[in-house]
Design a binder for this molecule. Structure first.
Ligand code: UTP
Length: 292
């Protein structure tokens, strides 16, 4: 039987150059989507899939993220004094009781693979999830990580989330060649980082959700720096294929690239339209605006 996935790693030590100047000082994961920061959406997805331990790989400059997941005693006292019970519960439950938050610093942005490797001492010898908060994925019933955990439980193997992208966009992603197992489930046969459209093995692109067995850490330790002098997670996944299965989760849901300004704005509009408190009013406002 597959071991439970208790830990999720959030690599959030990147520079965020695509969202400058907004992210000159503010970590991009702290940009808000409607009423909460992007990182909180990612954490909520992890919790939905049964994760109990959150491991943030941060850069030194991202103290603000630690602050967000720690009690704010002064604010809580003020809310209590003013009788704002509901708001008090909301801020107190970030994170909910029983969930632990741990932090490790990536001192230099040496790549996503290096960021995941930084979490090794905290992950230990167990399977774990990796969530890139920039890739925000919405589904009204089953989150992407829930869908992936189901595959993990069934196959007891690595799982990565993939999405069909337009051919002209494949050069932005790791793109996979697939093969079916004897039950017809799709596995990765090979992976190419940022291929030209005429060299891509398919249009299935890896997006920011992974479930790994501990074997990936040993491979990351021996992965040399690749493109951009960074340790690429894709290279370690390619090496993993030599010894283990990597299943694909063609998830149900809508993905937004919140690491780009356009994707972030689209996410904000669509999340606002779905929001219980402001959705209806926001929709009328947009309808009026478009009419004009
Ligand atoms: P991106 O490719 O989005 O890079 O990283 P970035 O530096 O964050 O942003 P841009 O492209 O300059 O705007 C994908 C994920 O990997 C993390 C990022 O924080 C993001 O969650 N990452 C990347 C690290 O944690 N460390 C790194 O050295 C690189």
């Amino acid at each position: 039987m597959a071991g439970e996935i208790n830990k999720a790693v959030f690599p959030i030590a990147g520079l965020g150059t695509r969202t400058l100047p907004a992210t000159k000082v503010l970590a991009k994961e702290m940009l808000t989507l409607v009423d909460r920061p992007i990182i909180q959406h990612a954490v909520e997805e992890a919790l939905s899939a049964g994760i109990r331990e959150l491991i943030f790989v941060t850069a030194e400059a991202k103290q603000i993220i630690r602050d967000h997941f720690q009690p704010n005693v002064k604010l809580e006292r003020e809310l209590a004094l003013r009788g704002k019970q509901e708001l008090l519960e909301t801020v107190r439950s970030i994170p909910p009781e029983g969930i632990s938050c741990r932090y490790v610093t990536q001192h230099e942005p040496l790549g996503l693979g290096h960021a995941v490797l930084c979490a090794k001492p905290l992950v230990g010898d167990e399977p774990f999830a990796v969530i890139l908060p920039d890739d925000l994925i919405y589904h009204d019933e089953r989150t992407c990580l829930q869908q992936m955990v189901e595959i993990y439980r069934e196959k007891n193997a690595n799982v990565v989330a993939v999405e069909n992208v337009a051919l002209e966009r494949v050069s932005r992603y790791g793109v996979v060649e697939t093969v079916s197992d004897r039950d017809g489930a799709k596995k990765m046969k090979s992976i190419v980082e940022k291929p030209a459209p005429d060299e891509a093995p398919s249009t299935l692109a890896v997006v920011g959700r992974y479930i790994f067995t501990p074997a990936i850490m040993a491979l990351l330790e021996t992965t040399p720096s690749g493109a951009g002098n960074e340790i690429q997670l894709t290279d370690a996944i390619a090496a993993l294929l030599g010894t283990e299965d990597v299943y694909l989760c063609e998830f149900q849901g809508r993905r937004y690239d919140c690491g780009s300004i356009l994707g972030y704005m689209q996410a904000n509009v669509e999340y606002a339209l779905r929001d219980e408190a402001i959705g209806a009013e926001f929709q009328s406002y947009l309808a009026e605006l478009v009419k004009d």
